[in-house]
Design a protein around this ligand. Sequence first.
Ligand code: RUQ
Ligand code: CUA
Length: 661
Amino acid sequence: MKRILILSLILVIAAASLVACGRNRESATPEPVASTGDLPESAMQIASSRGLTPNDINAALKTYMPSGKWDEYYLFASGGHSGQVIVIGVPSMRILKNIAVFTPEAWQGYGYGSRESEEILNGGNVDGRKIRMGDTHHPALSETAGDYDGQYLFINDKNSARVAVIDLRDFETKQIVKDPNIISNHGSTFVTPDTEYIVQGTQYATPLGWEYAPIEEYAEKYRGVITFWAFDREKGRIDPSQSFAMEVPPYWQDLCDSGKLASDGWAFCNSFNTEMATGGIEKGNPPFEAGVSQRDMDYLHIFNWKKAAEVYKAGKTEEINGMPVISIETSVAEGLLYFAPEPKSPHGVDVTPDGKYMVVAGKLDPQVTIYAIDKIEAAIAAKQWELDPFGIPILDFDAVKHAQVELGLGPLHTQFDNKGFAYTSLFLDSAVAKWTVGGDDPASWQLVEKTPVQYNIGHLSAAEGDTVSPDGGYLVALNKWAVDRFAPVGPLLPQNEQLIDISGEHMQVLYDMPMGVGEPHYAQMIKADKIQAWNSYPEVGWDPLTQSKSPHATMLGEERIERNGNQVEVFMTSVRSHLTPEHVELKKGDHVVWHITNVETAQDAVHGFQLGGYNISLSIEPGETVSFEIDADQDGTYAYYCTEFCSALHLEMMGYMLIEP
Ligand code: RUQ
Ligand code: CUA
């Protein structure tokens, strides 16, 4: 409601300014306001009657997007346990699309019969079990030379350790892969600077392949892996046959980031539970929350992934559940894995744009710790280490630590801008801290200011803020709680994404956006002009799964029903305003394969398709061919119809499926 009122304020300003300037009211393209003298008095009246402060008006003007104008950025936000990705325009914070990833979604025809989507979702089955939900945490845009290139988006499912690939030409999920060795991930997804690999790290250790082993055998039998999924950019798919994993101890690996520029070739993952606590509060053991945070230091895992890729290619791996795995022993012998102590219950690790420094935030430490890659490399060369119980070198903390900056309570994640500042979320303080990315002198790293956010911020996302060239300008705080920020909607509240202007000297919160689905853990923000989305598919009869022409493409005039015994194949077209054929006559016991081609090429001329009683919902976008299969196991008369209001005669766009006894 408030939003609408602010919008009307701006509209009043725009409309009235024409009058104030004495311009023709009929003018097709009104001139923008040139000076404050153009603002009508009524704008001030609205502001004062609504109690708007100058800051409120400023925020409204910075976020209002006139009808028909496009946003400057896309924000790709995780949809958390909705299993989706939410695409949001910045600065307007308008939702542009929900992309179904791990969870079926009827509007997009995803997981409701279409063979293409079933094939994708089945890629994420676990031991043959259909998993039709997900817990998405970290979206990652594909990168070229450490910069977003706008081609692909990847996202993990923490719940069942899966990774999905989304093609940003049609904003649709193309692939889900299941890690064969782990059942939960978290340090995922992160890409290497040219998207050679999509990185995934275990969260909760289990025996590899999650087979049974008593919890008493935790240290001997439980393990994690960091998996490097090879990405075939040409095909737009993860290639499991070129992928490998590295075994890691059963410390719970948390978040990861890739090195870049100065640290190209390295990857970094946090860990917690280096105590190897196994819980069991009900048996009188220390509960996980206490057992896992006993020690002052956990270990930043430092991987030489480029060297690891060579070791994998040289065959120095062991195949575990079909995945080549580099053992801890081999990693140590080949110099692929090192640890650096990190205080205290670490969560985020973020590499500075120049790649020289790694920023680690510890949930229970009020400061961020900054490591320098040259110090890490020097400590490795000088063998300044002791060994952990698995024989992995733990580098000397003082040798690799570069600086520490006290920011406040509960620091989690860090992003960067184009002016040399870093921004860190403070969960317990409910604030964003802005601080300087310094240089060689540790004293040059300093807190600048903090701004409050509502409430309990987790991740934050600055414009291209984790790339080699951040944009600055905007930052979105992804808050875990909303409490009193919005009109009540019952006990399950939306979370609050807050847009913050970081272009000026001081940060200013501009906009509150309730997120009506699961927790948006992380998001990435990319310049809108980097995305080259299709308006319609390149050719009529397109199969979005293969991104090529479907063998079942059906042109106008080619519609038919072929019968071979009880095997029936339907070749249907959709066009405004009919589905052809309009009668599909079957016999009880038929198995039916049904293809529909939307022969339209006009932008937005989408036809939906639902078949009553059969759980079938398709979205047939301009140029697309979709296939589904059913067993006509019940005689009867069924209606199928178009679900998109595509023309004045949309309601007539239907047909009958008749199943004769
Ligand atoms: S998490 S709030 Cu990325 Cu899953 Cu940090
Ligand atoms: Cu096609 Cu309605």
